[in-house]
Design a protein around this ligand. Structure first.
Ligand SMILES: N=CN[C@@H](CCC(=O)O)C(=O)O
Ligand SMILES: [Zn+2]
Length: 412
């Protein structure tokens, strides 16, 4: 089945060849075709060009996109959308003056979510999680990574990962799964970290690999959570089982974690609200993608990733939502892109590149997602009529999406 979209006001992120990823000044350019057409066949992009070059207008269906913008769906390379219940009480506690750290030290935070997750059935967890997935699909997300990490026991971690697998089998989005057993130390291991690291490395990772439930491995490398040495052990054990790492690091403190992640060939380092000059140096010329999560900074009022400093130093940057019950109860990538522009001073071009091309790199999906390229998946957003794509971050509170196509089919 062939569908032809004609008279597209702006067709964004059009690339004959996909770059490896975009870094520094390369991120300033967003290739745009004005007054364009786009032809898709089944689930793939077949052709595109400017209207005056459209010689063959045969198609099973033709859709007039006059005044509208078409862009690839967002790629959200860092989420925790599989969780139970919510943490709205902690939200109010923070308004009343408690910090994220104080809430965690009182047994809240990740351990609060773990308690709820351990109690919920797998089918109820699927039902709760699928609502969030359907919501972000309507908001234009066409591929996402989902982490475990609220189980913190072998059984509960496997429950989360099986739910992720079922979501993957049920919906027309690309999903990558990450094992995050090292999200926090359960209370019973508070004074015996070594035993929990052993449990992760000797029992959890082998069991996850045995059922083929994860693509990547993660840890919360942070003061008060997992040390550099503990995270290294987890990254290295993961590699033995074919799991490359994507690590939570430098959210609150810089303790040498980024260097260790780069040395252990991490695919991405995520959060980076605190970034030192040394961190920037080690990321230069590495294959590790830095990932910023600006709506986490927004929600819990912590510094934003210093994007300008990083881009000016020639680094690449990806953007993701971090959708989770504690620090970012939203997976709206339109708002992520807007927040990156408004608060991190990224230009619209840089932010869109960061949420498409570079985000696809951060979850090994560049071959099939992230740009309008022949042979890639026909997953894209059609906007309402816009004066220009600048509206996407500018009108940050408006829903500008008219429809979303996922793998060649109209989803909404
Ligand atoms: N910082 C670590 N993990 C999650 C949030 C965990 C939570 O509070 O539930 C994050 O990326 O922000
Ligand atoms: Zn996270």
């Amino acid at each position: 089945m062939t569908t032809l979209f004609i008279n597209i006001k702006e067709l964004l992120q059009v690339r004959e060849q996909t770059p490896h990823f975009l870094a520094g000044d390369e991120m300033k350019t967003l290739p745009v075709l004005k007054n364009a057409f786009l032809r898709i066949e089944d689930d793939l992009i077949k052709d595109y060009g400017v209207m005056e070059d459209l010689t063959d207008s045969t198609a099973d269906v033709t859709i007039d996109a006059e005044g509208k913008t078409i862009l690839p769906t967002w790629i959200d390379s860092h989420t925790h959308i599989v969780y139970a219940g919510n943490r709205e009480q902690e939200f109010v506690d923070r308004i009343n003056g408690l910090s994220y750290e104080e809430i965690f030290n009182r047994g809240g935070g990740i351990l609060n979510s773990a308690k709820k997750l351990q109690q919920i059935s797998e089918s109820d967890l699927f039902e709760e999680s699928k609502k969030r997935l359907e919501e972000v699909m309507l908001q234009g997300t066409g591929a996402l990574e989902i982490k475990s990490g609220y189980g913190l026991t072998l059984e509960a971690e496997l429950k989360m990962l099986r739910v992720i697998k079922k979501l993957k089998e049920t919906y027309p989005v690309a999903i990558k799964s990450t094992f995050l057993g090292a999200h926090a130390f359960p209370a019973e291991y508070k004074d015996n970290h070594e035993a929990y690291i052993d449990l992760i490395c000797n029992e959890m990772i082998p069991a996850v690999a045995q059922e083929n439930l994860a693509d990547y491995i993660d840890a919360f490398l942070e003061t008060g959570y997992f040390s550099v040495a503990e995270t290294e052990k987890i990254m290295q054990t993961g590699l033995q089982y074919g799991l490359r790492s994507k690590i939570h690091v430098n959210q609150f403190t810089a303790i040498g974690g980024i260097k260790s992640c780069v040395e252990n060939n991490a695919l991405s380092v995520d959060h980076l609200e605190v970034v030192t000059d040394e961190d920037i140096e080690v990321l230069k010329n590495s294959k590790t993608m830095p990932v910023a999560l600006p709506t986490c900074s927004y929600f819990i009022s912590i510094p934003y990733t210093p994007a300008r400093k990083m881009l000016n130093a020639g680094l690449p940057l990806a953007l993701a939502s971090d959708f989770n019950p504690g620090t970012t109860p939203s997976g709206n990538m339109n708002f992520v892109v807007a927040t990156a522009c408004i608060k991190m001073k990224m230009t619209p071009e840089e932010a869109i590149n960061a949420a498409t091309i570079n985000a696809a790199y951060a979850m090994d999906l560049l071959e099939s997602y992230g740009s309008v390229t022949k042979g890639k998946k026909a997953s894209f957003i059609i906007t309402q009529p816009l004066s220009s794509y600048y509206q996407i971050p500018y009108a940050f509170g408006s829903n500008l999406i008219e429809s979303v196509y996922l793998n060649g089919k109209k989803w909404s």
